[in-house]
Design a binder for this molecule. Structure first.
Ligand code: KG4
Ligand code: ZN
Length: 342
């Protein structure tokens, strides 16, 4: 069978990224240009700055991805692009660039859902991994437990009612004066702290697989405020360790509960928060204890990148997904029902 080459573009948040994938699993190039240093100055992503930086970098990033893969547009079978969800101004840059490429080179355009891409980062790392499996997707904007029934058939069985896990990390870190992205900073400090030092609350929800992180976040903010009112010092490492451990317990417990209830043996984790060292350790221990097969991406593929979009784009392409050149970008869209022609 002829090899299929996908050129993938990702610009949904603060990474300008392009990659070339061979047959969905082999990464020929993966160029990621992070804007983090710029956004750090403001304590978080500034959407307008992100869009403007994408506009400046997208052309050279795509060019670099093609060069590193040692191919030209003539060799490309389709262009895959993150079209939802994300920052709208950022998404539009990638989508519009991909549309122009498809128009000029007469290539099929394949829209990709960003969270489906995160799941697919595991296909790159584990060549034999195939659906069905259960997956925890924990990123800056989303926290979902999803049944991945096939490469293109997803069912959400749990999600956050308020803050996403990554968002809680970012907000707590900001309140403690730590730098963006908060998850990375908290992860570092947590390694030096005592996870039992602070007793923090877990939510009691009437649905088994849903999450809620805003109460926990507020509890940390209250701890900080109370200490500052009394003129006391908070042990930041201890508070980070206690907060991180509570988030990890919530994510781990719900994920394995769902895996047991729905009879999945394969458990997969994806999204920026899957880089968390405490979460990775806790998941490994629990998977070993309960006898599950556990998969999570290498650190290089946990955050936003275009290789994961190319991998998912390949499977969307095989299933016949194509978009017209009138394709728009969408700030929100469910991972379940994709509608690229609203
Ligand atoms: O998937 P991602 O790169 O972008 C989105 O699609 O949102 O996720 C970014 C999120 C941020 O909230 C960041 O703080 C979090 O992932 N994150 C982490 C770690 N590294 C990144 N959270 C906890 N521990 C980490 N080591
Ligand atoms: Zn992401």
């Amino acid at each position: 069978m002829k090899d299929i080459l996908i050129l993938a573009i990702e610009s949904s948040c603060d990474e300008t990224a392009a990659a070339v994938l061979k047959n969905g699993r082999e990464v020929l190039s993966n160029v990621v240009l992070s804007q983090i240093e710029k956004h750090k100055l403001f304590g978080g992503v500034v959407p307008e700055i992100a869009s403007r930086m994408h506009i400046e970098e997208i052309d050279s990033t795509v060019d670099k991805a093609l060069k590193e893969a040692n191919i030209t547009m003539d060799d490309v079978d389709a262009v895959a692009v993150t079209s939802a969800p994300g920052l709208i101004g950022s998404l539009l840059v990638g989508v519009n660039y991909a549309k122009s490429l498809c128009f000029v080179h007469n290539k099929p355009l394949v829209p990709v859902h960003h969270l489906r891409g995160h799941v697919a980062s595991n296909y790159i790392a584990f060549k034999d991994l195939e659906p069905p499996f259960i997956c925890l997707i924990a990123s800056g904007g989303h926290s979902h437990i999803v049944k991945v029934k096939s490469y293109t058939d997803f069912e959400i069985i749990g999600k956050t009612r308020d803050d996403a896990a990554g968002e809680a990390f970012d907000k707590v870190a900001r309140a403690m004066g730590m730098s963006y992205p908060g998850g990375v900073s908290i992860d570092k400090c947590a390694k030096l702290g005592d996870k039992n030092a602070y007793k923090l609350p877990k939510p009691h929800l009437d649905t088994k697989y849903d999450f809620s992180f805003s109460g926990l976040k507020t509890a940390v903010l209250n701890t900080l405020n109370n200490a500052s009112q009394k003129g006391e010092e908070v042990n930041k490492n201890d508070l980070c360790a206690s907060f991180q451990n509570t988030v990890c317990e919530i994510l781990t417990d719900k994920l394995f509960l769902a895996a047991e209830d729905f009879n999945f043996k394969k458990v997969v984790v994806a999204g920026g928060v899957s880089a968390n060292s405490g979460l990775r350790d806790m998941l490994k221990n629990k998977a070993d204890k309960l006898g599950f097969e556990l998969f999570f991406p290498p650190l290089s593929l946990c955050g936003d990148n275009a290789a994961m979009i190319g991998s998912q784009g390949y499977y969307e392409f095989l299933s016949g997904v194509r978009a017209p050149l009138s394709l728009n970008a969408y700030a929100t869209m469910s991972i379940e029902n994709l509608n690229w022609q609203k």
